[in-house]
Every structure is written in structure tokens, then in C-alpha cells.
Ligand binder design. Structure first.
Ligand code: UD1
Ligand code: UDP
Length: 368
């Protein structure tokens, strides 16, 4: 008789869905898995975009997003609803990815119900509990409650071992974002050079710790760059967070050669990364993807829990000071040698086979 295990996969936001899609696809093919996909819908439109792209229909949808939601309210809603789902579905294992409120609530709900929790993208650390906020704490706490830790890099694995996580519970797998990226990128046509030959700078920004003055500084730098240079254009898919979108539109909405748009579906976004000359972002996922596409990425943060690309010389931490941003962008635009050194195509975060490794480990541990 075939042994079957119920595996519940929880996703809440855009990046979790992108990074879990390869795992969900791999689990679907396993005869020993009864798969239940749970959308907490911490994000709504942006989650649905990804689920549609990857042809994933959630079995359960908690529909939790509220406009301008606060951390405590969201956490409370998720925890209660998650508890009900666990009671109903009785999973043998629950998986979640990353460092969002969805992950924190999922891990805690599993702990309360004594259900084994597997953490995908485990072990990233800045070491500063307030940065990124609240994600560093979410990830640390999720680690304390996890039975399986799928570390994307050797450094992430070392971080977990240094915190006392038993070695057999930590697995070096690579980051599933590279699986998703390669899956999409292989179906795309090579990028074309636009007729006007202006170099495209792709920008994304949404981090909570950049709300207010840091975001203003970033936007001022972008404004000045466009005003001072005729040889560039910008594409900015605007994150819908109400602390971000109105500011971006107010500061940049009137500029020529700046295209503000709604969040792009994942496939057009990957195409936009490929078409870009340079990427500016405070996103975690974009920091991982840009190097794999050979695109220099300037990280709009003071600290990163993803230092591998910086150390490999393919990403640069520029922070949010407007002069620092202008000068770093100017250097890459005007110094071909500096640009070439950053555009090497190194992929420190994965090789595209992370999901397969994760599923193999689970099969081994759950059914032998
Ligand atoms: C969340 C995560 C962050 C992750 C980011 C990815 C937490 C605390 N934050 O940040 O770690 O990097 O997602 O994008 O878990 N909104 C919409 N439609 C959407 C999504 C968001 O309108 O599809 C708006 C809503 O007003 C919502 C607000 O954005 O209340 C904030 O959403 P929330 O998930 O709390 O935080 P993010 O800033 O998106
Ligand atoms: N992304 C997307 N459309 C966009 C902007 C980003 O599909 O308009 C993708 C991007 O390729 C990456 C992920 O969303 O895989 C990153 O999500 P986000 O920046 O929202 O969150 P973070 O990674 O910072 O947690």
C-alpha cells in the first residue's frame, strides 16, 4: 500500500508564491504527497498574479489582506485562521518560505498544534533584530520552531549551525527563486535594444524601514538622475503599499522617461530585468535574481541578509542617501569597466535545482 502524507504549503505574499511555486510543482508530482496549498492572501492582487502565472489554484484561501494592514492585526487574523486550517486538514508537515508575517504565523500555529514545520529559505541573517523590520525577527523565530531548515547558501547554513540548530536538520539546497527564474527566463526571447538606445534602469522599492525620509531620498535621487541625464529611462512597477505608492507617484509622476506602472506579472517582470541596463531595488528577491541574469543591482538598503552577491562583486549596498545613489548610478553608466565587473552573471543563490532537493529530503525523511 502506498504511504501518503498530507503536506500543507502556506503562501501569503508575492515573493513567497514565486519562491514556493517550484516546490509546489515538484510536490504535485509525488505519489506519496496529498498536497494542500493554503493562500493566506496577506497580499491579494500580487499573490493572485503569481498563482495564475504558475497555474496554482489554492485549496484554501484565508483572504486576509486589509487595506493598510498593521502588523499586530494581520498576525492575529492569520494565527487564528491558520489554527483552524491545521485542525481541519491535519497535515503531517507544513511548509512556508521566507520571513513574512505569514511565515511567522504559520510557524507559530504549527508549534501550538505540534505539527512539524519546514522552513524554506532558512538562515538568512543581518544579526540586527530591527533590520529588516520585522522580517529579521520573523525569520529568527521561525527557525526556533522549524524541524526542517532549507538553507539557500553555505552562509545561511552556517548561521543556523552557529545558533545551535542540529546539523541533520539543516540542508543546503540553493534558493528556489533561481528555479522559478530559470523556468521563466528560458521561455523568453532575448532582450531587444529600444530604438532610442537609452539605457533602462529598473527600480523597485517597498521596504518598511525605508518608509518616510529614506524613501524620499531615493525618489529625489531618481528625479535628479532623470533631470540631469538624457541617456537613461526608468521603469518603476509601483508596490501598492499605501506608504509607498502615493509617494512614488507624487515625486516622479510628472517626469519624462519615467514609466510608473502597476506591479508587473512575474514573466513581464523577468523580461524587464533582462532588458534593463541596471537595477535599483530594496527587494530581497530582486537582489537574488539580478545577479543570475547578469544585471548589476544597487541595493537601496544599509544592511542585507543576502551578502553573498555583494561579496561576489555583483551587487552593491548603496543605502538610501540620495548623493550616494546618484554617484553609484553615474559610475555604472559612465565607467564601462566598473559595469563589466558587476555584470558577470554569477549566481551565488542557486543553480535551479533547489525544489528538487527539498522534495527529495522530505521524501527520505517522511517515508524513507
Ligand atoms: C510584505 C512583507 C515583506 C515582503 C513584501 C513583499 C511582512 C511584514 N511584510 O510587505 O516582508 O517583502 O510583502 O512584497 O510580512 N497591498 C495591496 N495589494 C496587494 C498587496 C499589498 O493593496 O496585493 C497593500 C495593502 O494596503 C496592504 C499593504 O499593501 O495592507 C501592505 O501589505 P503587507 O503584506 O502588510 O506588507 P508589504 O509592504 O506588502
Ligand atoms: N516582482 C514581480 N513584479 C514586480 C516586481 C517584482 O513579479 O513588479 C518579483 C521579483 O522578480 C521577485 C519578487 O517579485 O521575484 C520580489 O518581491 P518583493 O520585492 O515584493 O518582495 P521581497 O523579495 O523583497 O520580499
Amino acid at each position: 500500500m502506498t504511504v501518503v502524507r498530507t503536506v500543507l504549503v502556506a503562501v501569503g505574499t508575492r515573493p513567497e508564491a514565486i519562491k514556493m511555486a517550484p516546490v509546489i510543482r515538484a510536490l504535485r508530482e509525488q505519489p506519496w504527497v496529498r498536497l494542500r496549498v493554503l493562500a493566506t492572501a496577506q497580499h491579494r492582487e500580487m499573490l493572485d498574479q503569481v498563482l495564475t502565472t504558475f497555474d496554482i489554484v489554492p485549496d484554501i484561501d484565508l483572504d486576509s489582506m486589509r487595506a493598510n494592514q498593521q502588523l499586530a492585526g494581520l498576525t492575529a487574523r492569520l494565527l487564528e485562521k491558520m489554527d483552524e486550517v491545521i485542525e481541519l486538514e491535519k497535515p503531517d508537515l507544513v511548509l512556508a518560505q521566507g520571513d513574512t508575517t505569514t511565515v511567522f504565523a504559520t510557524a507559530l500555529a504549527c508549534f501550538y498544534r505540534r505539527v512539524p514545520f519546514g522552513h524554506v529559505e532558512a538562515g538568512l541573517r543581518t544579526g540586527d533584530i530591527n533590520y529588516p523590520f520585522p522580517e529579521e525577527m520573523n525569520r529568527v523565530v521561525a527557525s526556533r520552531m522549524a524541524r526542517w531548515h532549507f538553507a539557500p547558501t553555505a552562509r545561511a547554513r552556517a548561521n543556523l549551525l552557529a545558533e545551535g540548530v542540529p546539523e541533520p536538520h539543516v540542508h543546503l539546497t540553493g534558493n528556489t527563486v533561481i528555479d522559478a527564474l530559470y523556468h521563466v527566463a528560458k521561455g523568453l526571447q532575448p532582450a531587444t535594444v529600444p530604438a532610442d538606445r537609452r539605457r533602462m534602469i529598473l527600480v523597485t522599492t517597498h521596504r518598511r524601514e525605508n518608509f518616510g525620509e529614506p524613501l524620499q531620498q531615493v525618489l529625489r535621487a531618481l528625479r535628479r538622475l532623470i533631470e540631469q541625464r538624457d541617456d537613461i529611462r526608468m521603469l518603476i512597477p509601483v508596490h501598492p503599499n499605501p506608504n509607498v505608492a502615493p509617494e512614488v507617484r507624487r515625486m516622479l509622476g510628472d517626469l519624462p522617461r519615467v514609466q510608473l506602472c502597476e506591479p508587473l506579472d512575474y514573466i513581464p517582470f523577468v523580461a524587464a530585468m533582462q532588458e534593463s541596463f541596471l537595477i535599483l531595488s530594496d527587494s530581497g528577491g530582486v537582489q537574488e535574481e539580478a545577479p543570475a541574469l547578469g544585471k548589476p543591482v544597487l541595493v537601496l538598503r544599509d544592511e542585507t541578509e543576502r551578502p553573498e552577491a555583494v561579496e561576489a562583486g555583483v551587487a552593491q549596498l548603496v543605502g538610501t542617501d540620495s548623493h550616494a545613489i546618484e554617484s553609484a548610478v553615474g559610475r555604472l553608466l559612465d565607467d564601462p569597466e566598473a559595469y563589466r565587473r558587476m555584470a558577470t552573471g554569477a549566481s551565488p543563490y542557486g543553480d535551479g535545482f533547489a525544489a528538487r532537493r527539498i522534495v527529495d529530503i522530505l521524501r527520505h525523511d517522511l517515508i524513507g
